[in-house]
Design a protein around this ligand. Structure first.
Ligand SMILES: Cc1cc2nc3c(=O)[nH]c(=O)nc-3n(C[C@H](O)[C@H](O)[C@H](O)COP(=O)(O)OP(=O)(O)OC[C@H]3O[C@@H](n4cnc5c(N)ncnc54)[C@H](O)[C@@H]3O)c2cc1C
Length: 232
């Protein structure tokens, strides 16, 4: 898989800081933005979001290209509703080789499982091609394609939704593929606007405890997870 932060709000921290000050200052947002310095912006944003007024970071927007992931992943991703998506269409783009599928590590690590998986995918590919040759449209032939089929998607989220997405999908309880994608998105977004993503990561990083209660995975060490994500 490949994750690329394509575009983002430039000076996102300044913009969100100016937005935060707009509620308490007499000047216009343009005047506040023209005057605000980076340190003040960061301090104000952290203070205001710390009070729970998180809407100020909705002014910063991030667009990612998510490439070579499975349909399993995109089905989970698009459950996050405060976002915009455009996905490669199986109505227009044909699938024809084994390279176009994602193999989970648990399967590729086990020879016997990998053999069954590959044989089944080869059979699916063959059937798909036969259907196309019979004149069946791609939009119908695709009914045979598996969840493993590779796809590309572009997603735009604001910083508030991204933080929520990271809470849910950087968590150990989340499925491995979307977790890998979420962690990479967090790294790239945090580089551009560290103040907006301080303490971002699975919920425990901000809360200091695991909200999953009894279903918290036994391997989770909240202190270690906090350290890892804060230093990202
Ligand atoms: C580990 C894990 C396991 C999961 N298992 C399943 C499963 O078995 N089955 C399943 O169906 N899903 C499952 N999901 C998906 C999950 O239930 C959510 O649909 C998904 O994570 C999107 O999160 P969300 O609804 O909080 O947020 P988003 O859609 O990202 O929205 C962000 C926030 O906006 C607010 N919001 C958005 N829309 C509304 C609305 N209509 N009304 C009120 N408030 C709104 C909420 O506060 C919400 O938290 C799983 C998710 C995870 C992380």
């Amino acid at each position: 898989m490949k994750i690329n932060l394509l575009r983002y709000t430039t000076d996102a921290e300044l913009l969100c800081g100016a937005a935060a000050l707009t509620s308490t200052r007499s000047g216009t947002p343009s005047e506040i933005l023209a005057k605000i310095d980076s340190e003040t912006a960061k301090r104000i944003t952290k203070r205001v979001t710390g009070y729970g007024h998180i809407s100020v970071i909705e002014h910063a927007s991030f667009t990612f290209s998510i490439e070579g992931v499975s349909r399993v992943l995109t089905h989970q991703l698009i459950r996050h509703r405060i976002a915009s998506y455009t996905q490669q269409s199986q109505r227009f783009v044909a699938y024809n080789t084994l390279e176009k599928y994602v193999t989970p590590p648990s399967i590729s690590e086990r020879m016997e499982a990998k053999k069954i998986f590959d044989e089944t995918l080869e059979k699916i590919s063959e059937t798909y091609q036969k259907l196309l040759k019979l004149g069946i449209k791609k939009e119908d032939a695709r009914f045979i394609l598996p969840n493993a089929a590779k796809t590309n998607i572009i997603v735009t989220m604001n910083a508030r939704e991204l933080r929520h997405f990271f809470n849910m999908r950087c968590c150990t309880r989340s499925q491995w593929e979307i977790r890998e994608v979420a962690i990479e998105m967090l790294k790239q977004a945090k580089k551009t606007a560290p103040a907006l993503f301080e303490n971002a990561g699975p919920s425990c990083v901000e809360l200091g405890y695991c909200p999953e209660g009894k279903i918290k995975p036994p391997e989770c060490n909240v202190e270690e997870i906090k350290k890892r994500f804060r230093s990202m």
